[in-house]
Write a new protein. Sequence first.
Length: 341
Amino acid sequence: MTLPPKIAPIDSFLKDFSHVIAKSPEIVLISHENMDPDAVGSIAGIMGLVEGVAPRGASIKVFPPSVSKLSRKLLDTWQIALPFIQALPDSDFLPIMLDTQNIATVIKTSPLNVEALQSRSIIIDHHQNQGLPSQLGFIDSNVQANCEIVVNMYRVLGKPLGFPINRALLAGILFDSGNLRYARNVTIRAVASLLDSGLDIADFKGLMVETMDISERIARLKAGMRCSLIRIGDVIIASSEVSTFEASACRGLIGLGADISIVLAENKGDVRISARQTGECQKAYRVDLASIMHSISETIGGTGGGHELAAAASGSKNGASALKEAIKAIEDIINASTRPQ
């Protein structure tokens, strides 16, 4: 069995990365379904690195062919044509996983095929390390966006950031940092590098606006109507259930005043749970939503992870039980934090 990779410094990783790419005639860049701008920007950036190292005539494709509305708007605006494929090839291609770590959440195939693909994959991600096998990996959960990792790779290699890759990378960072609301020092450094490449951040203000269609707005309203509240001191935990748009519903409950929100979506055998919290709540009580989502992954028969402030889990069973389990874990942490010493 292939063991999870030891996370090496970025310069060491890039040497090994280039060595593997140089021997790979067929490469597929893989991210999550409904790719957000951080996933799309990461793919565009890594494609720019891979194309200069891969063998002449190498096939470089992108999977799955599923992007968010905002990502589609950005791709069309900047005329970025990513080479999407409808299905993964049957050959021994090289999978490069970006903004995700678990290939089982992306493809539906036999467990043996999933294990083989996972073991030979390269992982570049910014979520909490799930300890999954791969031949090579660079996982840094100290950055806010996966695009920050890609920008740092360009900086280490001394490779210029040109149009349209620089725009896609900046859009990804702005998206995952909430337009820099959740930016860290390393985030600002990455943004500065991109602005130095000739970009003007003012050009992104109108572009990064997400418009909700009526289905998403209805899902948010239903989440509010079905919402259950738990109050622990000054902390308000809001939970609800919808059939889709659970992440948006979570953000909506936070906007209504919850400190922590958690929403279950069950639809056609799929179980998804999304969780969010405010930065103030996380700082005060140290609730790690990524760890909690990971802890319920066995209950729902799937996977879970993310960040301290925003995380999710997906599977195929026991949605209601997993929701209660996650809420109980959150309550326990907050109660322990507020209990007199």
